[in-house]
Design a protein around this ligand. Structure first.
Ligand SMILES: C[S@@+](CC[C@H](N)C(=O)[O-])C[C@H]1O[C@@H](n2cnc3c(N)ncnc32)[C@H](O)[C@@H]1O
Length: 237
């Protein structure tokens, strides 16, 4: 079986294709992601120093195919979507919507208005294609650390594997922005394991420390990492 660091012709051909289709910077970034896998701390400092650049280079067709090829990712999205729909939100914002996998799964559960924002133009481009023809979905380019919405604009705000890509100061800004724009609920699927190469946060503890009640907290079935799903109850405040 091919290993991530196997310098087989297949990998070389893939690297050449990456360079041809998306340029040298993309190919270099892709090579670094694979090569630095053995040194998670170093990888975190080098590749995640600028999460927006990381996701602009990582996003696109390659990432889409990689994710869609993993059954566990689909199961996770479906599970989170079902869980969210139990709260009967009247409008939903997903911060860090990527190419729209969770939005599509949520749309399978409810027909309320959904807005997705992401700071990666390449991810958003894929989302426009992937969600084409799905009603009641609006997409926009925005950072979770500075959401372009008024206070309490959305009944429920969700993040799925987003905050964990941001260093602590940015992660703090994102959580505060979510609390600001959410009316009733904030739901999060964020890994608490930092032994991989990103950050890990106990989001439930963050809410608990601020005296905000949690409607639920627990692991996600079939998640590959040390996952946490939690829903904070922001109303009444
Ligand atoms: C692992 S993907 C998850 C995508 C989607 N939430 C899902 O579950 O399929 C992480 C996404 O979060 C976005 N992201 C990370 N940090 C962000 C931030 N500070 N503001 C906006 N988007 C962010 C990335 O661009 C990327 O598209």
């Amino acid at each position: 079986m091919e290993q991530p660091n196997d310098p087989s012709p297949t990998l070389l051909v893939r690297a050449w294709r990456a360079w041809r289709h998306r340029g040298g910077r993309y190919a270099w970034h892709k090579a670094m992601r694979r090569t630095l896998g053995r040194w998670p701390g170093f990888k975190r400092r080098v590749l995640y120093a600028d999460p927006r650049e990381y996701w602009t280079l990582r996003g696109g067709l390659d990432y889409f195919r990689e994710q869609e090829g993993q059954e566990a990712r689909s199961e996770r999205a479906e599970w989170v979507a079902r869980r969210i729909s139990r709260y009967q939100p009247t409008s939903i914002l997903e911060v860090g919507c990527g190419y729209g996998k969770l939005i599509r799964a949520i749309r399978g559960q409810t027909d309320v208005p959904i807005v997705g924002v992401d700071f990666s133009p390449t991810q958003l481009e894929m989302a426009k294609t992937y969600l084409d023809g799905i009603n009641g979905v609006n997409l926009g380019l925005a950072s979770g650390a500075r959401l372009p919405f008024a206070d309490k604009s959305f009944d429920l705000v969700v993040t799925s594997a987003v905050i964990l890509h941001n260093a602590p100061p940015l992660a703090e800004m994102i959580r505060r922005e979510i609390v600001r724009v959410a009316r009733r609920f904030a739901a999060h699927n964020e890994d608490i394991d930092i032994t991989y190469n990103r950050y890990g946060y106990d989001t439930a503890a963050w809410y608990h420390d601020r005296g905000i009640a949690l409607a639920e907290v627990g692991p996600i079935p079939s998640a590959p990492y040390d996952s946490q799903f939690c829903v904070a109850e922001l109303w009444p405040r």
